[in-house]
Design a protein around this ligand. Structure first.
Ligand SMILES: C[S@@+](CC[C@H](N)C(=O)[O-])C[C@H]1O[C@@H](n2cnc3c(N)ncnc32)[C@H](O)[C@@H]1O
Length: 274
């Protein structure tokens, strides 16, 4: 039963192949990231130093619009071992906490990450996260984050259950995040534990299995709910406004929403150092 960050990520690393879009970035997300990072136009226009927050493979292998020297930072050795292919001349990884990065002041041009504010304490860890990114980015730098955001208007668990039963949720990962956001509700500081998500799912499990057959979900996709059983680690789902407010050392230069189902809950933020 995962009950600490290290054990949680070790378990998730083992189950990573079961994750799917939109929790993992899909082709449309890669396009939004690419469009966002292409707005970084410093004076010299040469090779950029890029910081990758985590080891999200779709970002490590992004078709960058300019030459990059990319350094990934992730504090889970298990995730690094599971997802990082290997270091090369212009790609390397550091096992490091985002709140205490082993990089110099103003050493990075661009930082990118996926879902970062959901996996750290909110706002307790989000504040040092924002400060640390501000420290390592150059003043003309760019921070691009796709974040998992709940809608301003809350949704009840009954409404999620009703949508599932009506066949209106055609993706098992959307189901998991929709349950998670409904259980959390408006209290982003409290967040939601993995175990609470697992428990809220139980009354919906039979319908979910029926939908798995109807929509041909990968047989293992629903097993990720079971990986949450007993997990006390919290996830946090800010609204777009709460996420922007947490990144106080930056100003918001733009947000794009996904065009896929539930895409409004997967915004890509462009932040510039304030
Ligand atoms: C960047 S998020 C990616 C989320 C992914 N899209 C998903 O659905 O789970 C997950 C990664 O963040 C890493 N992580 C979480 N908290 C961290 C921290 N404080 N410092 C560095 N890495 C962290 C985890 O080890 C994990 O590899």
């Amino acid at each position: 039963m995962p009950d600490s960050a290290a054990t949680h990520w070790a378990a998730l690393a083992a189950a990573w192949a079961k994750q799917g879009t939109p929790l993992r970035p899909g082709p449309e997300d890669a396009g939004r990231y690419r469009q966002a990072v292409s707005t970084h136009r410093p004076g010299d226009g040469g090779r950029r130093s890029v910081l990758l927050l985590g080891v999200t493979r779709e970002l490590a292998t992004l078709a960058w619009p300019y030459p990059v020297e990319l350094t990934a930072a992730d504090n889970s050795l298990s995730m690094i071992q599971a997802l990082w292919e290997r270091d090369s001349a212009d790609r390397r990884v550091a096992c490091a906490d985002w709140r205490a990065l082993p990089f110099g002041d103003r050493s990075m041009d661009v930082a990118v990450g996926d879902g970062c504010l959901s996996v750290i304490e909110f706002p307790g860890a989000a504040r040092p996260f924002s400060r640390e990114l501000h420290r390592v980015l150059r003043p003309d730098g760019l921070l691009v984050l796709r974040l998992f955001c709940r809608p301003e208007a809350g949704e009840s668990l009954d409404a999620v259950h009703g949508a599932l039963a009506a066949g209106a949720i055609d993706n098992p990962h959307c189901l998991r995040w929709r349950i998670a956001m409904a259980v959390q509700g408006g209290d982003v500081d409290r967040g939601v534990t993995r175990d609470e998500i697992w428990r809220a799912y139980q009354p919906m499990a039979a319908e979910a299995r029926a939908m798995a057959g109807r929509f041909a979900w990968a047989p293992e996709a629903l097993e990720l709910f079971d990986a949450y059983r007993g997990g006390q680690l919290r996830l946090h789902f800010p609204t777009i406004a709460e996420a922007a407010a947490a990144m106080r050392e930056f100003h918001l230069a733009g947000v794009t929403l996904g065009q896929y189902a539930m895409g409004e809950r997967f915004p890509v933020f462009c932040f510039r150092p304030a």
